[in-house]
Design a protein around this ligand. Structure first.
Ligand SMILES: [Ca+2]
Length: 234
C-alpha cells in the first residue's frame, strides 16, 4: 500500500488557478477529470514549489445522438426529442387517395443503416392530385455537423415525379445549404453527413420538402424517406 502525504501530491493548475490534485507514485502521476465544461484549458503542474510548462487542452462536448428507439410509433404533427423538435408544417391526412405525413415506425433491421424506430416521411398520391409534405427539424442548439441514416423509397423516376429537397438553415433562419434529394440518394452506406458549411456557420434547423409529381395525369406516385441515427456534433 502506498501512503500519500501532502508533499507527494502534484497540484494541477488552470491558467495558474487551482484545479485539482494528482497523486505522485514512484515519480509518476496522472490526472483525470470527467466534469470539465467544454472549452480551452491552460494546464500546468506544481510540485514541491516547481511549476511545469503549460499545456493546452481543448475539452470538446460529446456529440448528441438519437436513434429514435424510445419514440412512440404512429403518426404525429409535432414531437420533442432530446436534441430537436420535429414538426409537419405542411401535409394532408392519409386517406384512400394518398396523403402526406410523418410518423415513427419500427422497421426492424430490414434496411441498411436502419434499426428499430425511424422517422418516416411519406408523401403518396394514389390519384392524380399533387401532394406536398414539409417537415421542419429544429435543433435546440446549433451544430457544426449533422449526420443521419437515410433510406429512400421512390416510385416515379426523378424529374418525372417527386421533387424533394433538404434545406439547411443557421441561426435566425439564414440559408446555409440546399440539397436536392437526388444528391443524397447517391450517398454511400445510406448515411448523409452535413458538415461542409460556410465558414463559421452552424446548423440550427433543416427542412425537408417533398412534392409528388407535377404531372396531373400520372397516378400512384410516392416518395418516402426513412431517417434514423442522428449524430449532432457541437
Ligand atoms: Ca432507430
Amino acid at each position: 500500500m502506498t501512503s500519500i502525504n501532502e508533499e507527494e501530491r502534484l497540484e494541477i493548475l488552470n491558467s495558474g488557478q487551482h484545479l485539482g490534485w494528482a497523486n505522485v507514485v514512484d515519480g509518476r502521476w496522472s490526472y483525470t477529470h470527467a466534469d470539465l465544461a467544454p472549452g480551452l484549458y491552460y494546464l500546468s503542474g506544481r510540485y514541491k514549489g516547481k511549476v511545469s510548462t503549460t499545456w493546452t487542452v481543448n475539452v470538446k462536448e460529446a456529440p448528441g445522438q438519437d436513434n429514435l428507439d424510445g419514440a412512440t410509433s404512429g403518426y404525429f404533427q409535432r414531437d420533442e426529442r432530446p436534441y430537436f423538435s420535429v414538426e409537419e408544417t405542411r401535409g394532408s391526412a392519409i386517406g384512400t387517395g394518398g396523403g402526406a405525413g410523418i410518423k415513427y415506425e419500427d422497421m426492424g433491421s430490414a434496411y441498411p443503416g436502419i434499426r428499430g424506430n425511424v422517422l418516416y416521411l411519406t408523401c403518396v398520391s394514389r390519384d392524380t392530385l399533387r401532394r406536398q409534405l414539409t417537415v421542419e427539424v429544429g435543433f435546440y442548439k446549433a451544430y457544426s455537423a449533422i449526420s443521419f441514416s437515410c433510406y429512400i423509397f421512390r416510385k416515379v423516376a426523378p424529374g418525372a415525379g417527386p421533387e424533394s429537397s433538404l434545406n439547411l438553415f443557421g441561426e435566425g433562419g439564414t440559408p446555409l445549404r440546399y440539397i436536392n434529394m437526388m444528391d443524397y440518394e447517391a450517398e454511400t452506406h445510406h448515411t448523409l453527413v452535413l458538415s461542409d458549411l460556410p465558414r463559421g456557420r452552424k446548423i440550427k434547423s433543416m427542412r425537408f420538402d417533398i412534392v409528388t409529381g407535377n404531372d396531373p395525369l400520372a397516378q400512384y406516385r410516392y416518395d418516402e424517406l426513412l431517417l434514423d441515427n442522428f449524430v449532432l456534433t457541437p
